[in-house]
Design a protein. Structure first.
Length: 48
């Protein structure tokens, strides 16, 4: 009887962590691309 909520909690936590990892990876990838584009534009402006 006591194990049922524990299993539900563990599954919910696992799903939450999985979503968090996916969102974090997408966010870090987008920020890295944005940073590269930003530095590239600054470099082009500086060269001009």
């Amino acid at each position: 009887m006591m194990q049922r909520p524990f299993v539900v909690l563990a599954c919910g936590l696992q799903g939450f962590l999985f979503k968090g990892v996916i969102i974090y990876s997408i966010y870090s990838l987008e920020s890295a691309v944005f940073f590269l584009n930003f530095t590239h534009c600054k470099y082009i402006q500086w060269r001009r």
